[in-house]
Design a protein around this ligand. Structure first.
Ligand code: ADP
Ligand code: ADP
Ligand code: ZN
Ligand code: ZN
Length: 732
């Protein structure tokens, strides 16, 4: 048995000299409130250090081409093994990456067709849409083509002189050719052009025209656009051109991606594109009937996909369209197929997006990974997964500066019997709430048919808290994020996506607290507010407002050290010579929201505590926030509004059971303030506190897409859906 992973004196982010021994080839779960330091241990320290040490084993040549990792703040880290991080980041690869290519099942099916398909198209690459031998020539294997969208490119109500050509501003060289060459009346709205004039403007070519002193070859607006932007741009449309194109299914292959020879080849009447369009669950049945060793190997992989609750996906589904939870589970499947052992696998809340029904199946897969001789580290809040742990590390006691310590380390039984917040929460049973709110009206979604929805008509009550439930893939997001929002565009979606902001954005800038803060300092001392900005007059002259000095060394990791001139504060000596309430501007930015709100009158900052983010410092870069933290920050921005309809997509992601209480109090407040709140959720504590539940199902994909229950949580507990069953269980 290999020795434990030894971590001594960890100080990354908020960690307070943490020391840990983690048993190898075991499942260790990290728990603790949001912001307590779980990620700082697992991702910020263990993953970074393993990758860094692995990097050092390569030759200088290779090392130079790998991402650079700086050593985490720790005294000693020993016995680490190579780490694989399985996270919720989207799977890359663009339109050429599908569930099939990512899991390598596609490759097996190609071999199957090359051997069993009739007539055979040839070798296995003749069936690949990513290979010139197999791809449809009309779309290069993408299944769709882009073409110019004339409605966007020209405005028929305007004349050339009024700027009818969206891409060619008045006065630009191309504009001169169209407007000043004498071919057209530049003051006539395009709508009034004759058919001939219109054709000449859009597709004319092959003759010379005079522009000022120059002779130019004429090229119509559409031809020019195609040449510049679409010629080789099937896969990647330039940012600049994207607003002017639309996608459509490829006319040659009808979206099947493959060429005629590959599509003509069939097994029992089905071609490879038919296979790719089927749901995994159905494809398993078809392949099992073939009685073929290659088909069997494919079935083995497909069963894993099904086991992890993704049986509703098709192999043809493009990976960029998967949700974060789906992407993470697929990555898990891929790793399970690998024969590597002795690795450290690190998971970030793998239960995200999973219905309670499917969580135990995920747990089985994590144990399978462990039993192959790997060390599995999981950051998790789900009780069901915590209960599977061989070893638990509970961080806390609070968040940010209030956290960063190990409050419990040991078995789950010990955790559940102990006095930490996590331990107490594990023992708690939340009851249904006694009285539900009466709706003040309703929003109707009628005849919803997107994706798997089966002509769904449902009323969403206004002025109450509604939970939308159902197994993954049943249609919750499609119904609420797509269909509801298309019909009622005033609806506000609050999810965990990145906040569009500059790398220098902070909670203070996001909540518009920075300007008042600078004014406060400026007025107190009679200087310009710019003095208190590290992006302008106030920047430390040595580090230019970056707070650190980075030295790139040829064959080693870059070295960054805190700027000595400003001590990392980013401000100039002069800026730091001014104080308000005894504090410099840098001192204020280093204060947590709670501390700052007690001293200064800053709009927005007080709201951070209301959303449970009181531990963030005013100056923390937004890029370091987790998805859950981002979601609550967006919520903080909205807290004083009324009469709105909010859709939250899994707002409990990243939240400890105790944080869920805080969140629920907030959602209740939003409703009591006259708003409507809809949450897509699996967390039964949230369902119990809802006024109304819309449950989708009965299963996922084409076996889902219907409303299987509408009513109060109390009524749901007596119904017979999957959600009902688990709700009833969570009540005793
Ligand atoms: P958890 O994973 O338990 O939610 P984290 O380890 O992400 O907690 O965060 C612990 C604390 O460190 C929090 O206060 C968080 O805001 C802070 N933090 C996380 N990443 C960074 C960073 N890159 N820079 C500064 N502070 C950070
Ligand atoms: P849920 O939110 O309940 O997990 P979704 O609404 O995401 O379910 O998915 C419902 C069905 O729609 C599933 O079969 C899923 O594969 C399909 N689907 C979702 N998004 C897309 C997409 N972008 N392209 C194709 N199919 C999709
Ligand atoms: Zn095609
Ligand atoms: Zn400096």
């Amino acid at each position: 048995m290999s020795r434990d992973i030894e971590l001594i004196g960890l100080r990354q982010n908020n960690l307070k000299n943490v020391s840990l021994r983690l048993p190898k080839e075991r499942l260790t779960v990290f728990t603790g409130v949001s912001g307590s330091g779980k990620s700082s241990v697992v991702f910020g320290t263990i993953a970074v250090e393993s990758q860094r040490q692995l990097g050092e084993t390569f030759s200088a040549f290779v090392r130079h081409r790998l991402p650079k990792h700086e050593r985490p703040r720790a005294e000693r880290m020993a016995n680490l093994t190579a780490a694989v991080v399985v996270d919720q980041k989207p799977v890359g690869g663009g339109a050429r990456s599908t569930v099939g290519t990512m899991t390598e099942v596609q490759a097996l099916l190609r071999v199957l067709f090359s051997r069993r398909g009739t007539p055979s198209a040839g070798l296995a690459s003749a069936y690949s849409f990513n290979d010139p031998q197999g791809m449809c020539p009309g779309c290069d294997g993408l299944g769709r083509t882009v073409e110019v969208d004339l409605d966007k490119l020209i405005d028929p109500d305007l004349s050339l002189n009024q700027g009818a050509l969206a891409l060619h501003p008045i006065g630009s060289a191309p504009w001169q050719i169209y407007a000043e060459s004498g071919l057209f009346d530049p003051d006539k709205p395009l709508r009034d052009f004759t058919g001939e004039e219109r054709e000449l403007l859009l597709r004319g070519s092959g003759f010379k025209v005079k522009r000022g002193r120059y002779m130019n070859t004429y090229e119509g607006v559409v031809l020019r656009f195609n040449r510049l932007y679409l010629r080789r741009a099937r896969e990647h449309v330039d940012e600049e051109a994207r607003p002017y194109v639309r996608e459509r299914t490829c006319a040659t292959c009808g979206g099947a991606r493959l060429n005629a020879a590959a599509l003509a080849s069939r097994i029992d009447g089905r071609n490879l594109a038919d296979y790719a369009a089927m749901e995994v669950t159905d494809l398993i049945e078809v392949l099992e009937r073939l009685d073929d060793p290659v088909a069997e190997a494919a079935v083995e992989s497909l069963r894993r996909i099904e086991a992890i609750g993704l049986g509703y996906l098709s192999l043809g589904r493009e990976t960029p369209t998967l949700s974060g939870g789906e992407a993470q589970r697929l990555k898990t499947v891929r790793n399970l197929g690998s024969s590597l052992t002795g690795m450290t696998y690190i998971f970030d809340e793998p239960s995200v997006g999973l219905h309670p029904r499917d969580v135990h199946r995920l747990g089985d897969l994590l144990l399978e990974l462990r039993d192959k001789g790997n060390t599995v580290l999981v950051v998790e809040h789900s009780r069901d997964l915590i209960e599977l742990a061989d070893h638990v590390v509970d961080l806390g006691p609070g968040a940010g500066t209030e956290g960063g310590r190990v409050v419990y380390e040991g078995t789950v039984a010990g955790l559940a019997a102990g006095g930490t917040l996590t331990g107490r929460m594990l023992r708690r049973v939340t009851p249904l709430k006694e009285r539900v709110r009466e709706p003040t009206g309703r929003l109707t979604i009628a005849g919803a048919n997107a994706h798997n929805l089966r002509n769904v008509t449902v009323d969403v009550p206004l002025g109450v808290l509604t939970a939308v439930t159902g197994v993954a893939g049943s249609g919750k997001s499609t119904l609420m994020r797509q269909e509801l929002m298309a019909r009622h565009p005033e609806t506000v979606l609050i999810d965990q996506s990145a906040i569009a902001a500059s790398p220098r954005s902070t909670p203070a800038t996001f909540l518009n607290a920075m300007d008042p803060l600078r004014r406060l300092f400026a007025e107190a001392h009679g200087v310009a507010p710019g003095m208190f900005s590290f992006n302008s007059a106030g920047a430390c002259p040595v580090c230019k407002g970056r707070g650190e000095i980075r030295t790139d060394l040829a064959f080693m990791d870059p070295v960054t050290r805190v700027c000595e001139a400003c001590g990392g504060s980013r401000y100039s000596g002069e800026a730091l010579s001014y104080r308000v309430a005894g504090r410099t501007i840098a001192d204020v930015l280093a204060m947590t929201a709670v501390e700052a709100a007690a001293v200064f009158e800053l709009p927005g900052v007080a709201r951070l505590s209301e959303v449970g983010l009181g531990y963030l410092t005013l100056g923390q870069p937004l890029s370091t926030l987790s998805g859950g933290e981002r979601q609550r920050l967006k919520l903080a921005h909205r807290l004083r509004e009324r009469g709105r309809v909010y859709v939250f997509d899994e707002p409990t992601t990243g939240l400890h059971m105790a944080d869920v209480d805080t969140l629920l109090a907030l959602l209740d407040r939003l409703v009591d303030d006259g708003n409507t709140v809809i949450v897509i959720e699996h967390d039964l504590d949230v369902v119990k506190r809802a006024d109304w539940v819309i449950d989708l199902g009965p299963e996922a994909g084409q076996h889902g897409g219907r409303v299987v229950f509408e009513g109060t949580p109390a009524a749901l507990a007596h119904a017979s859906t999957h959600t009902a069953k688990y709700l009833a269980k969570a009540l005793d």
